[in-house]
Design a protein around this ligand. Structure first.
Ligand code: CO8
Length: 258
């Protein structure tokens, strides 16, 4: 991989977008690499949590690559948007939890990449924004859809119409990030969070994510039915039997299975 580094630590994978000379901007090649890694993550049953971050201490991802986009035809722009949206939707649909460790600028496609993760933890120097209208375009990797779902339509509209950048504190205030930490503590905090998730029954955690993600796309009756199906599915697992037996024996489960 030229523009992405990827490593596994126990059951946690860390994916780093790495084009620091361009503030980790996403070009087509990087999106194709991202797609291939996400396909591997989907197949790897030993990964319980995926962390996504950017190289360096300045940018998470400063957007889609403006140089590459500057001369695109309508057809090429459409293909580029389809590619980005397909990869980002794959990330959103991963059954394992995903955490964006936002270590600096998360603009345009960078903000959109963080939006398809389940949880966003930001360093104090992080900045979020959808500046597309200042470049004569709309967000093209899901920003108009996911930002509104996460922070509400009126806040999303204000941010998208103005292209205004907000700092980590304001992002936390509007519910765009879960927590703000110092830059030097960012990866430790994120890994602690990932560890605390990966200690729980992995199949149950995945079922929770599927229930929440499917549930918010449908009416409450259908969502509750999904929950019932996924809840009862857990009773097929060794983890459910072991964990409940351990509770009744007043001991802790040694290690959950998968
Ligand atoms: N694309 C390409 N190169 C970039 C990008 C980018 N998005 N962002 C930064 N760079 C490059 C700069 O050109 C510069 O390169 P060079 O040294 O060769 O001139 C290098 O990174 C360092 O950047 P700066 O010198 O500008 O650093 P500053 O600290 O002065 O500024 C900023 C940092 C504020 C982040 C500034 O770089 C900036 O404004 N970048 C662009 C941010 C932006 O507008 N992002 C949104 C892009 S549009 C988008 O993401 C749409 C997504 C959907 C696409 C759908 C497809 C159709």
């Amino acid at each position: 991989m030229e523009n992405i580094s990827f490593e596994k630590r126990d059951n946690i994978a860390v994916l780093k977008i790495s084009r620091p000379k361009f503030l980790n901007a996403l070009n087509s090649n990087t999106l194709l690499e991202l797609d291939s890694i996400i396909e591997d993550v989907k197949r790897d049953k030993d990964i319980y949590v995926l962390v996504i971050t950017g190289e360096g201490n300045k940018a998470f991802v400063a957007g889609a690559d403006i140089k590459e986009m500057s001369n695109m035809s309508v057809f090429e722009a459409r293909e580029f948007s389809i590619l980005g949206n397909s990869v980002f939707r794959k990330i959103e649909k991963l059954e394992i939890p995903t955490i964006a460790a936002v270590n600096g600028y998360a603009l345009g496609g960078g903000c959109e990449l963080s939006l398809c993760c389940d949880i966003r933890i930001a360093s104090e120097n992080a900045k979020f924004g959808q500046p597309e209208v200042t470049l004569g375009i709309t967000p093209g990797f899901g920003g108009t859809q996911r930002l509104a779902r996460i922070v509400g339509t009126s806040r999303a509209k204000e941010l998208i119409y103005t292209g205004r950048m907000i700092d980590a504190k304001e992002a936390e205030k509007i519910g765009l990030v879960n927590k703000v930490v110092t830059q030097e503590n960012l990866m430790d905090e994120v890994m602690d969070l990932a560890n605390s998730i990966s200690k729980n029954a992995p199949i149950a955690v995945r079922m929770c994510k599927v229930a929440i993600n499917r549930g918010i796309e449908v009416d409450i009756e259908t969502g509750i039915q999904y929950e019932t199906e996924l809840f009862s599915h857990c009773f097929l697992t060794e983890d459910q039997r072991d964990a409940m037996a351990a509770f009744l024996d007043k001991r802790k489960v040694d290690k959950f299975k998968n």
